[in-house]
Ligand binder design. Structure first.
Ligand SMILES: [Zn+2]
Length: 201
């Protein structure tokens, strides 16, 4: 005789095999049946390329997606978050050429490239995280266009090292100017409290 269980969501009695296993529950299975769980899961969770995405992520949206571009348009992504990566990809079909681009997550963007490439032969060569990927990418492209004579759109014909060094330079400059802003703010606050103190006297 097969064991049965009543789903605490739809109230229907199903064989226990119709419930997902869950060792944290008293009966070793979920309280709701597979049908009810799938509905709940689709409405309350986001999966990106099979991986669960935390609800606190700015681009969270319930559903299962292969890449972020399947869940959102580029404009929506740009409006929701400026943080992200500047990445470098190559493809052996174009020896010596490197594409420098920006994305919320470079691995996610790579998945997108692979989908449109029959040989899945794009390689992620390098990535760096920035508070504002748009500004970072613009600075990096400008620097590279002045250094590298052969380039087309976002593709550069040069040594990978020239590109990675340029990205690191921009990262360093960004970090330094962020520090200067904080320093100026600290000085302003200090100045303010001194002024406040003399007024109080
Ligand atoms: Zn149910």
């Amino acid at each position: 005789m097969t064991k049965t269980k009543i789903c605490n969501k739809c109230g229907v009695e199903h064989p226990v095999t119709y419930f997902y296993k869950n060792s944290t529950k008293a009966h070793g299975v979920q309280g709701e049946c597979k049908d009810c769980w799938r509905v709940y899961d689709a409405e309350h969770r986001m999966y990106l390329n099979g991986k669960r995405v935390n609800k606190t992520h700015p681009l969270w949206k319930p559903g299962r997606y292969k890449t972020l571009d399947d869940a959102w348009s580029h404009t929506e992504i740009d409006n929701k978050t400026v943080e992200g990566h500047v990445y470098v990809v190559s493809n052996k079909a174009w020896q010596g050429w490197y594409k420098v681009g920006k994305a919320v997550k470079s691995e996610d963007r790579l998945n997108n490239y692979q989908t449109s490439s029959p040989h899945r032969d794009y390689v992620l060569e390098y990535q760096e995280a920035f508070d504002n990927r748009n500004n970072a990418e613009t600075s990096i492209h400008e620097c590279l266009r002045s250094k590298v004579s052969t380039h087309k759109n976002e593709w550069f014909y040069t040594d990978l090292q020239v590109i990675t060094e340029t990205i690191q330079e921009v990262k360093y400059i960004n970090a330094r100017s962020a520090k200067e802003v904080t320093k100026t703010m600290d000085e302003t606050i200090e100045g303010f409290s001194k002024a406040q103190l003399s007024e109080d006297r």
